[in-house]
Design a protein around this ligand. Sequence first.
Ligand SMILES: Cc1ncc(COP(=O)(O)O)c(C=O)c1O
Length: 366
Amino acid sequence: MASILDLALPHIQKLHAYTPGLQPTEPGWVKLNTNECPYPPSPHVVEAIRRELGDAGASLRLYPNPTSQPLRRTVARLHGIDEKQVCIGNGSDDILNLLVRAFGSEQALTGFTFPSYSLYPVLVAIEDGRSESIPFDRSMKLPIDAVARSKARMFILTSPNAPTGVGFSRAELEQVLENYRGVFVVDEAYALFAKEDAVPLLAKYPNLVVVRTLSKAYALAGIRVGYALGHPEVIDVLDRVRDSYNVSRLSQVAAIAALEDRAYYSAIIDRVRTTRDAAVRDWTERLGWFVYPSQTNFIFVEPKNARGEAGAAVAKSAYDFLCSRKVLVRYFPSHALTASFLRISVGTDDEMLVVNNSLEAWRKNA
Ligand SMILES: Cc1ncc(COP(=O)(O)O)c(C=O)c1O
């Protein structure tokens, strides 16, 4: 009999699955590798989950609201748009998957920039689609003309970008939208830490889709909720390809409670930004390291050893040393533009102190 793999579709046999950041199970790690929030979610989230569970969890017998309608309403109110312009996903990865499933194929290219979120090419490969990748140069400035001229049927831009943290202005996004005729998806996973976002452009550009997540600023990576904002026709397309019950009961009530507690989240977002800006200042001014200006909750930094050298080997040595100190960050060795950098999620002030002490110890020996 043929192996089971031989029975899979040919493009699935060749597929390289997405590798998520490590999720260590043993305690004691300073975990700064997947851009989670270092603070807990709003206390209202826990209350809402307890209320939904009731005494014996009886509500869990029942399927959730299939369209997450009450949550769509909350999201629409938050952004001042109609609820027909909102689709809820099981994390924003689910939304990105629906977009690629609906708009991408072998004939219909999906475009993205490089570097950006490395899940996009995997989603395209799962659909046996084709993609167009537009490279950044070392400046990491948005190649506006190249994106606007792209022949892709759908183009996904991470804004602010990951893993660099570099933000793009609304005016730059609008320059793309003035000329690009495909579906322009702006993945705003980190927009709450940024200066500007694309939401106000929805009223003017029906081909714009904004994707958000509750995994980062809302401290709910474990609950898996994300959403798309777009023209009702785009939302209708996403609903056609969406699983009927894609968001659990507990996730729906948790997300509503989070989105309604604006005061709590604006305070923790401010704290993350303050910690981020202090770390960036310290590394650039005291250590003389190159850091891209970050509009996210992570910092893309090019470490230098005691001799003032940077490069892929230096970044790998810093990464390994941090690991040996149980500080987990991310590095991206597969491309020259990223190989000399570490991406460090912004932790609490105490966690950043551990990072700094560990980097200091590494520098002395490196
Ligand atoms: C740019 C970007 N988009 C989307 C996601 C996925 O977020 P979610 O947890 O909502 O699936 C991430 C997670 O790291 C990300 O960095």
